[in-house]
Ligand binder design. Sequence first.
Ligand code: MN
Length: 739
Amino acid sequence: MDAIHLQNPEQEKSEILKRYKALLRSCKRKMEKDDKAQIRKAFEVALEAHKEMRRKSGEPYIFHPIAVARIAAEEIGLGTTSIVCALLHDVVEDTDLSLDDIKGMFGERVAKIIDGLTKITGISEQSTSIQAENFRKMLLTLSDDVRVILIKLADRLHNMRTLDSMKHEKQLKIASETLYLYAPLAHRLGLNAIKTELEDLSLKYTEPEIFFDIEKKLKDTEPERKRYINKFIVPLKAELETEGFGFKMYGRPKSIFSINNKIKTKGVPFEEIYDLFAIRIILDSKSEDEKADCWRAYSIITDFYHPNPDRLRDWISTPKANGYESLHTTVMGPEGKWVEVQIRTVRMDELAEKGYAAHWKYKEVAEARENQLDEWLKRIREMLESSDENALEFIDDFKLNLFADEIVCFTPKGDMRTLPLGATALDFAFDIHTKVGENCIGAKVNHRLVPLSYQLKSGDQIEIITSSKQSPKEDWLGYVITAKAKSKIKLALKEVKKKLADDGREVLERKFNHLKLDFTVQNINEVANFFNLPSSHELFYRVATGSINLKNIKDYIEERNKRGGKKQGAKKQGSKSLESIVKEVRGSADMLVIGENMKRIDYKLSPCCTPIPGDDVFGFITINEGIKIHRVNCPNAIQLMSNYAYRIVKAKWTNQEMISFLSGIKIKGIDEMGLVNNITQIISTELNVNMRSISFDTNDGVFEGTIMVFVQDTNHLTNLMAKLKKVKGVLTVSRVDGN
Ligand code: MN
């Protein structure tokens, strides 16, 4: 960790031994004689192999493998095999020793892990994007032994801890790679402490100003925070002690990385983040009492501080996908501040920090711990390889999150293809080639026949079955999600349709001749209208596909002859009434005064823009629903005014009547405690407005809400919106203008 330049070889040697001994001490697990001998042997082999090498910092190279081995043992909780591999992890890559040498000395298993580690190292030298792709592939195909990944994480953590001595560009590359690949990986494996440290270290090198700024602010505010935490903890401590709990309780600051995330995503300054720390209570519980103890502690805490029921998270009854167990609550602490409290047992805490590897420590069976670890690793590997839908949720989550919104699939020859999450077999076919997509009749996924709409999963191997007779079908559009496949299918369908329409036109012409109907544009349009089709083109197409046949057209002619007269009459009547309305409105006054001549003329406030008194409005004469009042800035206004100018009447409001009008308000902001309550309180009590509906949607701390209220006029509404804007947490308040 620390760059020590030891000139004296004797001194250097003793420092190496000191570190080696510290490593042995960190192997908490009881070791057999044989284990110790293996580790000793690995140490000596590595020491000899790296003896001429130095790290960038100038210190002996062996410091690095020892440190990696120590992280593997101490911070991840891995056993002898992993410690041996960690000690040897750079030997094949950087020295003259070969994989066969390792195999000869340490056996097949160790050699395999070293092989995996060496391959990953090779990838690191490539450019970041290629590397990311290959890393994914690596995880899915190579992960013979998950210890490869765990040791790689230990290796990366130590490199990040000692990144100072690297050149700046190299620092940036390693740090961003860490953020992109290794931190999420650690998270998925439940290695919380490592994940957090990797993130903080990455931030330190990618955005140093931000990192040091937050670090300083955290330090400056520390005394204040400590004072508060003490105030919070003291009464709880006394009560927990009285109740006979063995426990530790402390305030834990959030990581710099997560604070920065909050500043960025929520747009609030450091000073306004209220949850800079959480209180953690770690109970010393017997395994059979764990759950009950946690809830008892919860009960004691909430006797002192009132909990927010929306913020209770019970990950004890239902652990998180990565194995995390804990009971979280947010309570109202002293000085009216919300405080998050995490309650868990020693076992749960260790699990949260060290991940699944810590499980085995708590297994009652003492024998063959290493074997149990193997069992766990085997399970992860099986899950990584399995395409079984019932595979544990944890691994699904692992894959999903690691690959965010992408999946990686393979062709029968093993070529890799990256597709968006949710892509189907048909998407895959189009991804290979348009022709393959168009002629696709089926697919085999992992040698099993599946439908075209089959949703692919990462690691699937897909063989597309084609036939030259196949062509894209309309319903295929529902089977694909990629833009490429969609546009290719649409294009193909359009061409097919166009060709069919040409055929249909000829057929229709013959039918018209047969029925003694002139094949004129007007007649064609009338028939299209009769069948409610948007265009003659569509009519031709339907005739070609047979969905409109000769009999249908005969029906039309009959219908026309039968109802022709009546229809004409109805139309006349309609237009007469329209004319009369216009006349009536225009005649009485040049302007429609809403509220005055209300009784005389039938009109409605249009739901598309919900006008209220005070808005600039106009009336639009509809055929069946009288006059509709729109706001001048209604999204539909331009279209109405430009196309139907003759049906527009000027309108204004009278201010005599006190009627309430329905209006919508949209609110966006940050999900603060009690925010919805504050908003509804303003609406219902302060201004005496009636609320018709309220809907809120919270997404990762950001909420969006729509409230429908009855107000008297724009003044009233503006007032209300101004008050809402002042609510803490509210960012924007706007009027809903319909759509
Ligand atoms: Mn290394």
